[in-house]
Structures are given as structure tokens and as C-alpha cells.
Design a binder for this molecule. Structure first.
Ligand SMILES: NC(=O)c1ccc[n+]([C@@H]2O[C@H](COP(=O)([O-])OP(=O)(O)OC[C@H]3O[C@@H](n4cnc5c(N)ncnc54)[C@H](OP(=O)(O)O)[C@@H]3O)[C@@H](O)[C@H]2O)c1
Length: 326
């Protein structure tokens, strides 16, 4: 089979290329999947450079998220050949086939294409776990979403709107704001730069935000500590800015807010029943047409470099999908 292999951890993408590999065999406890579509996530980019918290040994097949069709499964796995599935593992998705632990898969929500299914899982699971499971998002609350053009950011905007929250979408790139507006109609958008607390204060009528969802970190996190309402929550999602922020603990004390660490994948592994509930809730919303993933571009696997570079250069509004059988 054809697969995108990381053979050395290098700066840029010099250690990554397509290769022909033997077809995988199904392992015990796993499901063999013919992959139709796979989506690019920021950790895929970090893993090519050994900069993600999970550091697979080289060589490895890149890609953490896929959709496809079951080829082989154990009788008690809950899957049968021909089932359409979404999910993945930390690696292996940018290939024509993969053997995936059955707990990492769920059924493709009805009505979604393979492309939409591949775009949905990780981003919406992250957004759902952060906003709803950990922060108890309520209708009418103010939510500020940073990195709102990204896969996770857009999912958070879409989900928060679907839940009836009032959403401020924040991007560091001004030209992306109109595209985010056109996709999900947030209640306001801001350029996340400088003292954006002033804009947040004005938009919320002085109330500030009940939840701030931050995949960016660095200066954005620092300024966000001034945008959370008393009793609110600031969710640490990631560090796309490249800097892990540090906070003086008197700020959350004086301002009366909580800092919430989010690890959506680990949450589902540690609390499998909660993970299942989250996945079912997302499927239900998708099947009812209340949430729809935003896709920036669909590429054949041979176009992998364009996708990785667009993500690294911050050019995307939505997900990159690789059709792995093209
Ligand atoms: N905690 C969890 O459980 C969990 C799960 C999945 C992903 N994540 C993390 O969430 C983050 C986003 O992942 P993703 O797949 O959504 O990535 P993505 O699609 O590339 O989106 C990331 C967004 O961050 C902003 N950004 C990118 N580079 C930046 C830079 N140098 N400086 C400032 N902002 C920058 C951009 O938004 P703007 O241009 O609009 O500002 C970009 O659209 C990553 O850090 C990832 O590791 C966390």
C-alpha cells in the first residue's frame, strides 16, 4: 500500500515522503480498515519534527484521523466488514489501509460523507470535551474562541453556536475573519492582537466571557486572562503560537476564574464511558444537521506537501483532507 512515512525527525518536511509498504495485517483487538479519507491535525505536523508530546519511533506512518470501511474485525468488536467508520490512532492514517484499536473507532454518522467524517472526529471531540464536558457550556453564555480558523477552533465556534452560546471568534489573521463569519455566523469576531480585552469588554457589555477556548497559547493566553468573567473558565487547548504561557496565580485568584487543562483523547481513554457519550452526542448533532465540519481543501495523498505547508504557514480556514485512495 501507499503511505506517508516519516523516516527521520527533521526541520521542515525533509524527513517525510510517500513510500510503498506491505499491506498491514489486523492485530488482536484491532480492526482492519480500508481508508477513504484522512484529515490533517496540528499534532501530525509537530510529530514530523519530534515536537509533539507523543513521540513515535521513526519510521512511522503519519496521520491520526481517518474515515473508511471495515475490512476485518473480531466478532465481539462491535464492527463488521463493510461498516463505515471514523476515528484513528496517533499514527497510521495517511495510508490506504490501517489496523486500528477498536476503541479508537466509531460508526460514521449517518448522512456524512467519508470526507466530512474524517474532518469531524478529533476537532469536534476536542471542542465538545472542552466546552461541554469540562466547562458545562450553557445557552446564552459568552464564549471566546481563539485560533478560530483552525480545525479545532472552527469546531468550537460551530458547536458553541449550535448550543445557543454567544460566540466571539478570534483569529490572528484579519483576512480570515470574513471567511469564519460566512461559515458559522459567530456573534462577533476580533483580530486577536494587542489589548483585545478592550474589544471583548465592549462586545460583552462589560460582562467578559464565561469560557475562553485557547489553542494558541503564548501572548494570546496572557491577554485572555483579562477576558474571563468571574466564575469563568480559561481552557488550555494547545500552543500553536509556539510558546507555553506561564501565569501568575494571583490573576485567577483575584479574577475568580479557573484554568482548565484539556486532553480530549486521554479523557476518553481514562473515562471510556464518558468518551462514548461524547462521541454519541457529536454523532447525534451531526446527523441532525446542527453541526458541519468546515473543509478548506481536499487533496489526493500525493498532494500531502501542499496540505502540511498550508498548515505550517497558517493559510487554512478549516480542515485539510487527504483522499488516500486517489
Ligand atoms: N488539548 C487537546 O485535547 C487537543 C486536541 C487536538 C488538538 N489540540 C491542539 O489544538 C491546536 C490546534 O490544532 P488544529 O488541528 O486545530 O490546528 P490548525 O487547524 O492548524 O489550527 C490552529 C490555529 O492556530 C492559529 N495559529 C497557527 N499558527 C500560529 C502561530 N504561529 N501563532 C499564532 N497562532 C497560530 C491559527 O489560527 P488563526 O490564524 O485564526 O489565528 C490556526 O488556524 C494544536 O495546538 C493542537 O495540538 C489539542
Amino acid at each position: 500500500m501507499r503511505a506517508l512515512v516519516v523516516s527521520q525527525l527533521a526541520g521542515g518536511l525533509s524527513g517525510v515522503d510517500l513510500a510503498e509498504l506491505p499491506d498491514p495485517e489486523r492485530k488482536v483487538g484491532e480492526v482492519l480498515v480500508r481508508i477513504h479519507a484522512a484529515s490533517l491535525n496540528f499534532p501530525d505536523l509537530l510529530m514530523t519534527q519530534g515536537k509533539y508530546q507523543f513521540k513515535p519511533e521513526v519510521p512511522f506512518v503519519s496521520g491520526m484521523e481517518l474515515s473508511g470501511e471495515v475490512l476485518e474485525a473480531e466478532p465481539n468488536s462491535g464492527f463488521t466488514p463493510g461498516d463505515h467508520v471514523i476515528g484513528g490512532n496517533k499514527t497510521g492514517a495517511f495510508a490506504e489501509m490501517a489496523s486500528i484499536p477498536d476503541r479508537g473507532l466509531s460508526k460514521l454518522p449517518k448522512g456524512l460523507s467519508f470526507v466530512e467524517g474524517a474532518a469531524m472526529g478529533a476537532a469536534y471531540t476536542t471542542a465538545y470535551t472542552g466546552l461541554i464536558e469540562l466547562c458545562g457550556l450553557q445557552k446564552g453564555q459568552w464564549v471566546l474562541v481563539h485560533g478560530a480558523s483552525g480545525g479545532v477552533g472552527l469546531a468550537a465556534v460551530d458547536l458553541a453556536k449550535a448550543m445557543g452560546a454567544k460566540v466571539i471568534a478570534a483569529s490572528g489573521v484579519e483576512t480570515k475573519l470574513a471567511r469564519i463569519d460566512a461559515l458559522y455566523r459567530p456573534d462577533a469576531n476580533i483580530l486577536a492582537e494587542g489589548r483585545f480585552r478592550e474589544q471583548v469588554k465592549e462586545i460583552t457589555g462589560g460582562a467578559l466571557c464565561d469560557i475562553v477556548f485557547d489553542p494558541v497559547g503564548g501572548d494570546i493566553f496572557d491577554e485572555s486572562t483579562r477576558c474571563v468573567a468571574f466564575g469563568g473558565k480559561l481552557v488550555v487547548v494547545g500552543f500553536t503560537s509556539g510558546r507555553i504561557a506561564e501565569v501568575a496565580t494571583n490573576i485567577p485568584l483575584i479574577k475568580g476564574f479557573s484554568i482548565v487543562g484539556l486532553r480530549a483523547g486521554e479523557y476518553a481513554r481514562r473515562f471510556p464511558e464518558r468518551g462514548k457519550t461524547i462521541s454519541q452526542a457529536i454523532s447525534k448533532l451531526a446527523e441532525a444537521g446542527r453541526i458541519t465540519p468546515a473543509i478548506d481543501r481536499i487533496l489526493p495523498l500525493s498532494g500531502w506537501r501542499e496540505g502540511f505547508e498550508a498548515m505550517a504557514n497558517r493559510q487554512l480556514v478549516g480542515k485539510v483532507i487527504f483522499e488516500t485512495n486517489k
